[in-house]
Ligand binder design. Structure first.
Ligand code: PAF
Length: 303
């Protein structure tokens, strides 16, 4: 596995990975090998590894980026204390058979005097974009940079960051990127907590309290399965569960359109229930997709 620090080296590595003979049937482009990119901020866990495995299944070569991106953190957020353990991360990636890991430093990604950013418009100001102003501008900017450097055929993201996925889909469409976004299911701990690099901040009793996020979403999901379609009533069922953990402070709990992240009042077709909450000083997010059961048209048999 190559460990790469600079943009030039990364571009050269991609060129050489593309030039090697491709495995049959693995999404080739113009006879070259296909490249999958898994963008991460490191502190890797099973959620990240599920993205790596999906990339290995669907692409000839896999590049993982590890970069704690300063522009997506607010001034009072956890940029400085965000967990960094590049050697342990590389050992995991090596075991997964990753071809190259791109771990630039901040100066490499944001050369001094950088003034160009990607602004995705109003969608970037919803949900985490409302609570963390500038967050999605930072995410879109760094992902656009990574797409330009690696030029992946496919990039793999987790459904846990559903708002990030919506923002990046918009960016890919608006800026005509050729990269296909592949979204992989949320990976959970055995107790239901969605995996996150920030779970490591939780004290044991906070970990217990944090389970209320998943419990809340599950109750909303079962009300929906029972036929409830009013967002207001679905949310009040959720708030009732959240009230069992009064120390957990809700940032947002909403039913939104998965593409636009706008609130919906009635679930028609599909909707996303999104939840962000502070457990102690740690902000966690989780979500669940509500989908109408597929309606089959029954065609009467010919007499
Ligand atoms: O999801 C993340 O870990 C980050 O937001 C990403 C996509 C790697 C950009 O820094």
């Amino acid at each position: 596995m190559q460990r790469i620090k600079t943009v030039d080296e990364m571009r050269a590595a991609v060129q050489s990975l593309r030039g090697q003979p491709a495995a049959a049937g693995n999404g080739k482009i113009h006879g070259a090998r296909s490249i999958g990119l898994v963008p991460t901020m490191g502190a890797l866990h099973e959620g990240h590894l599920s993205l790596v495995r999906a990339a290995k299944d669907r692409c000839d070569a896999v590049v993982v980026s590890i970069f704690v991106n300063p522009t997506q953190f607010g001034p009072r957020e956890d940029y400085d204390r965000y967990p960094r353990n590049v050697d342990a991360d590389c050992a995991l990636l090596e075991r997964e058979g990753v071809d190259a890991v791109f771990m630039p430093d901040v100066m490499e990604m944001y050369p001094p005097g950088t003034t160009t950013y990607v602004d995705v418009g109003p969608i970037g100001e919803r949900l985490d974009g409302a609570s963390r102003p500038g967050h999605f501008r930072g995410v879109a900017t760094v992902v656009a940079k990574l797409f330009h450097i690696v030029e992946p055929d496919r990039a793999f993201f987790g459904q846990k960051d559903a708002a990030q996925v919506a923002v990046l889909r918009r960016m890919v469409r608006d800026l005509h990127f050729r990269t296909e976004l592949v979204v992989c299911p949320i990976v959970r701990e055995d107790d239901g907590l969605a995996m996150s690099s920030r779970n490591g901040y939780l004290l044991p009793d906070e970990h217990e309290q944090a389970l209320v996020l998943h419990k809340t979403l599950r109750v909303i999901q079962s009300r929906f399965a029972e036929g409830e379609r009013s967002a207001e009533r679905l949310l009040s069922a959720g708030l009732f569960v959240m009230a069992y953990e009064p120390t957990v402070r809700i940032d947002y709990l909403k039913v939104v359109n998965p593409k636009t992240l706008e609130d919906v009042s009635e679930v028609e077709g599909r909707a996303l229930v999104v939840l962000a909450a502070f457990v102690g000083g740690t902000r966690l997010i989780d979500n669940v997709l509500l989908e109408e059961p597929f309606l089959v048209n029954v065609i009467p048999a010919q007499a």
